[in-house]
Design a protein around this ligand. Structure first.
Ligand code: HC1
Ligand code: SF4
Length: 577
């Protein structure tokens, strides 16, 4: 251990740790901006500046290593003034549109300015010419608000292994941008939104579509159906100050009803439908020497990545559309027919924890006769804003059910789709029981649960040893993909999700601010959100997709059987190189 003093308090620290780590372990908070644990550690912004006794200049606590006998002052006048000066300089090149900013009251720069007592921007002058890119369907970049912290750059590089963003130009003209300041739409960006979640300010955000929902709700000719993704219920409460991991399924249904949607359904129902189709596809591939390993296809960020980076592996992808797209297709066909509605007069709104879903719905394959399966995607954050806009007192809403007619029931298997490993577990419940033709001894395939980037397991299914793997984020999926490319993959079935931990940590979920991510208030947010879903699974009376009575009815009355020609026409898709 290394002995040092911080603000005259004796502190012990592990060798090799930084002043910031030592201070945090001792409960002393030093403000940061560019630092993001496990992602970005450059000392570039100098907000974490501290005074070190005997040192000529001030040090950046996030990179400065501790040493024996060191004396650190985090709040000396010199440190405080330098920190304030740094933030004033950042503000001088910032557009200052705080009142109308998407991150107002949830902005780390705003918080810093407040914390440091900055009352006016002292250095008004010329500003770096900004770029505003809103061409891509999923995410928007507004460099007039960028603080050049580099957190997005490192997130894309380390989490997704992509490096879409970098610093371009020099000096005062420095910007964060895709190559040549291109649009996100014109580069190999997955639209996953992980960079958005890492942004401390309003420089990166989702393309907002709230106005389109309000328009549809106010159009008497439109029948507006909403569906909510599994992961939304595990995080929406955070937008209203509820603790991370609070499950708000019932309040969410109540809020959507009050907003005025004609039907309020749960994407979980369609997750059950996906398992029927995908489970059937897997069994077919195993029994008829199809392409293996088969890889799940519900995460549209992952699909874009596969199309861009591993086009030679597209035949490994399941042909299944993602659950909410399947739901859209069923609503615009079977539901429209049974209710005597013109599919053009139905607006399907999906509430998703994901920015890539906004890009998924505009894919040309996701339309039939010119009618889109799903019309609008709102992120969890946008739903939070919509609820506030409608003046709904969310915290005090009663718990209500989803609409129960036709698609209201779902199994526990559908709920867990939102956590990494959930799709695999849901599929295993159905595939194993179908092939073995007897009830499962245990429904909990805990080997594929948890927040590790890669999980593998070997299970016996009907006398066959089935090897499965689960990966979330592209940096974790890449080794599995390289193995397939090299012809050495031992797996039969692989689940891949675009975001670390799965949809619960999607790019459209409430922003987890850096003080939590950096561990000053240590909360394992991914685990807490995932737990909310596994708890909901355990509460369901039906926990296997193939036992959902409304799924059985849909096959009886409409689709006939999994993999039928009609199922293929509506529920399956193709990919492009
Ligand atoms: Fe997901 Fe899915 S689980 S992709 O992560 O397959 O977004 O939650 O809705 O469609 O069901 C997301 C979540 C979601 C789909 C399902
Ligand atoms: Fe990278 Fe995802 Fe951001 Fe695109 S959306 S730049 S892939 S982190």
């Amino acid at each position: 251990k290394i002995n040092l003093k911080i603000n005259n308090i004796p502190v012990q620290a592990e060798p090799g740790s930084t002043i910031l780590q030592a201070a945090r372990a001792a409960g002393i908070q030093i403000p940061t901006l560019c630092y993001l644990k496990d992602v970005n550690k450059t000392g570039a912004c100098r907000v974490c500046t501290v005074e070190i006794k005997g040192a000529k200049s001030l040090g950046a606590a996030c990179v400065y290593p501790v040493s024996e006998g060191m004396e650190v002052f985090t709040n000396s006048q010199r440190a405080l003034e330098a920190r304030k000066h740094t933030v004033e300089l950042i503000l001088s090149n910032h557009c200052g549109d705080c009142l109308s900013c998407i991150r107002n009251q949830n902005c780390e720069l705003q918080k810093l300015a407040q914390q440091l007592g900055i009352r006016k921007v002292r250095y008004e002058g010329e500003k770096t010419p900004p770029t505003f890119d809103e061409v891509a369907p999923g995410i928007v970049r507004d460099t007039s608000k960028c603080v050049l912290c580099g957190r997005c750059i490192e997130t894309c590089k380390k989490v997704q292994g992509l490096g879409i963003l970098s610093f371009i130009n020099r000096g005062f003209n420095t910007k964060v941008a895709p190559v040549f300041d291109k649009s996100f739409n014109d580069v190999n960006c997955m639209q996953c939104g992980q960079c958005v979640n890492a942004c401390p300010v309003g420089a990166l955000f989702e393309k907002e579509d709230i106005h389109r929902v309000i328009e549809a709700l106010n159009d008497p000719a439109q029948h507006v159906v909403v569906q909510t993704a599994p992961a939304v219920r595990a995080a929406l409460g955070e937008e209203f100050g509820l603790p991370i991991g609070t499950r708000v399924t019932g309040k969410m249904a109540a809020a959507l009803r009050r907003i005025g949607f004609d039907r309020v359904y749960d994407t979980n129902y369609a997750a059950d439908l996906t398992i029927m189709e995908e489970g059937h596809e897997f069994i077919e591939r195993v029994q008829h020497q199809g392409v293996l390993p088969m890889i799940t296809s519900c995460s549209p960020g992952w699909i874009r990545y596969c199309e861009f980076e591993y086009p030679d592996l597209l035949e490994h992808l399941s042909s299944c559309k993602s659950p909410h797209m399947m739901f859209g297709a069923i609503l615009k066909s079977y539901y429209a027919q049974t209710h005597n509605l013109d599919p053009r007069k139905i607006t399907v709104v999906s509430i998703m924890p994901c920015t890539a879903k906004k890009a998924e719905v505009v894919r040309p394959e996701m339309r039939k006769d010119g009618v889109a399966d799903v019309d609008v995607v709102l992120t969890t954050r946008e739903l939070g804003r919509l609820i506030k806009m409608y003046g709904i007192n969310f915290e005090n809403l009663p718990d209500e059910d989803f609409d129960q007619d036709m698609f209201g029931q779902y199994s526990g298997a559908g709920v867990i789709f939102g956590a990494s490993g959930g799709v695999m577990e849901a599929a295993l419940r159905t595939v194993k029981e179908t092939l073995e033709n007897k009830p499962l001894d245990s429904l909990d395939f805990t080997v594929v649960r948890g927040m590790e980037g890669v999980k593998t397991a070997e299970l016996e299914v009907a006398g066959m040893q089935v090897k499965v793997a689960v990966a979330s984020s592209m940096s974790c999926a890449k080794p599995l993909l390289d193995e397939i490319r090299a012809g050495t993959s031992p797996y039969h079935f692989i689940e891949i999700m675009g975001c670390p931990g799965g949809c619960i940590n999607g790019g459209g979920q409430p922003i987890i601010n850096a003080s939590i991510r950096n561990g000053f208030r240590p909360i394992d947010w991914k685990k807490e959100r995932a737990k909310a879903l596994y708890d909901e699974d355990a509460l369901q009376s039906v926990r296997k997709s193939h036992e959902n009575p409304q799924i059985i009815a849909l096959y009886d009355q409409f689709l006939k059987e999994p993999g039928s020609p009609l199922a293929h026409e509506l529920l399956h898709t193709t990919y492009s190189k």
